[in-house]
Design a protein around this ligand. Structure first.
Ligand SMILES: NC(=O)c1ccc[n+]([C@@H]2O[C@H](COP(=O)([O-])OP(=O)(O)OC[C@H]3O[C@@H](n4cnc5c(N)ncnc54)[C@H](O)[C@@H]3O)[C@@H](O)[C@H]2O)c1
Ligand SMILES: [Fe+2]
Length: 371
């Protein structure tokens, strides 16, 4: 039995101004964004909403202290949260839509299960997380030194609004990290045992669009990625729909200690793990759904299925070169601890693996990422 439900309405506009006009924004709306997005896109439109800038509460991706401080700053009378930003802003906004009196650590460790008390509208400004259509939010827990994802239906956005102009100001480096994240969402959801033809259709289309965009960037130069901004934004949304149903798996699970303790951006940490996890999968279970992925990649990369994964790794390296883990100050002595924390804290993701990975497999994968 399966049930595929889209809880979020998806809308598209060419500009923020068109969105603001169509939505008649009001004082009971709170925009969570960054100042460098507010200044060029939101301020000139003159909206009556209240605004918070995420970066005033700390740098980098969300952590529990940042979330607690932002929650404490939400003014009274707010009925809707409007997130205009990347995965960092969106994931925080999802928590702001929940009611009650609690600390972020209680939420992410499952000690409280709050209800949604505010509407949530999400305008993504990166092309990676797909968070605008998932019920997932991800947070670094300072006390645990890792990241934890939480899935709660109360965190689905009511509306996801895709506006390509918001993405075009993204610096190349964050285009690269976020779009690689989307590619990995598409691949992990395609390989997930929970995948169904409907979710796979979104995974496949996302893979096809991102590969074609990457080939364009590889042929025309890094600064030309913006020509494809609308395509990457749509692909990221499709990948979000796919993994929102079928889930992500080991690549994400193994990357969390890198993000939590070493603050490597999410997409970059995933890129570090990706090829090594796929190689281990192939060694352990060469026949299966992986062959369907190889056939699909062979088609979109114009190569034989047997070469397709290597061709994909090479293309992704052109977009975002991979470095050994040691170059981030990570010592090989930490790998067994990483594996233990993944086994303890990331079962939500590990259950979607293409094939089971043992503790030794995981340590071996981290070692491979150090070469
Ligand atoms: N909830 C989910 O389903 C889900 C899925 C994947 C990732 N995530 C989470 O999302 C976060 C990563 O999100 P991300 O990759 O979108 O990066 P991000 O939101 O951290 O943004 C990366 C950088 O780009 C800047 N930026 C964003 N949009 C910009 C724009 N239009 N112009 C200029 N600068 C801009 C940000 O301020 C930041 O400095 C991580 O915390 C990750 O764990 C969540
Ligand atoms: Fe991700």
């Amino acid at each position: 039995m399966y049930q595929f439900k889209m809880s979020t309405q998806i809308k598209g506009f060419d500009t923020f101004a068109e969105f603001a006009q169509a939505e008649s924004l009001r004082e009971s709306d709170l925009i969570l964004t960054n100042e460098f997005i507010y200044e060029p896109f939101i301020k000139p439109v003159g909206v009556p909403c209240r605004t918070l800038f995420q970066e005033k509460y700390g740098s980098g991706e969300p952590n529990d202290q940042m979330i607690d401080a932002i929650r404490a700053s939400v003014p009274d009378g707010i009925e809707r949260i409007i997130a205009v930003g990347g995965g960092t802003v969106i994931d925080i906004a999802k928590v702001l839509a929940l009611g009650g009196n609690w600390k972020a650590e209680d939420l992410f460790t499952g000690r409280v299960v709050p209800e949604k008390t505010r509407r949530l509208t999400v305008l993504p400004t990166t092309c990676g997380t797909g968070s605008e259509v998932t019920n997932v939010t991800i947070c670094e827990l300072k006390s645990l030194q890792t990241k934890k994802g939480l899935a709660l239906d109360a965190m689905y956005a009511d509306e996801a609004v895709l506006i390509p102009e918001l993405v075009r100001t993204l610096p190349y480096r964050f285009f690269a990290t976020s779009s690689i994240d989307a590619m990995i969402h598409a691949v992990e959801s395609f390989l997930s045992p929970k995948a169904i033809p409907l979710s796979s259709t979104f995974s496949e289309k996302a893979i096809e669009m991102i590969v074609s965009g990457y080939r364009y960037v590889a042929a025309n130069g890094a600064d030309r990625w913006t020509d494809q901004a609308a395509q990457f934004l749509t692909a990221s949304n499709f990948a979000g729909i796919a993994f929102g149903y079928a889930g992500c798996a080991a690549v994400h699970a193994l990357s969390y200690p890198l993000g939590g303790k070493y603050h490597i951006p999410h997409g970059e940490a995933n890129q570090l793990m990706f090829a090594a996890v796929m190689k281990r999968y192939r060694e352990k279970k060469p026949a299966g759904r992986l062959n369907e992925l190889e056939a699909l990649l062979g088609r979109v990369l114009d190569t034989a299925p047997g070469n397709a994964l290597d061709a994909l790794y090479a293309l992704m390296e052109q977009i975002l070169p991979r470095r050994p883990l040691s170059s981030y100050g990570i010592s090989a002595e930490a790998f067994p601890q990483f594996a233990d924390s993944v086994i303890e804290g990331q079962q939500r993701l590990l259950k979607n693996n293409y094939t089971e990975l043992s503790r030794e497999d995981m340590i071996g994968i981290y070692c491979m990422c150090n070469e």
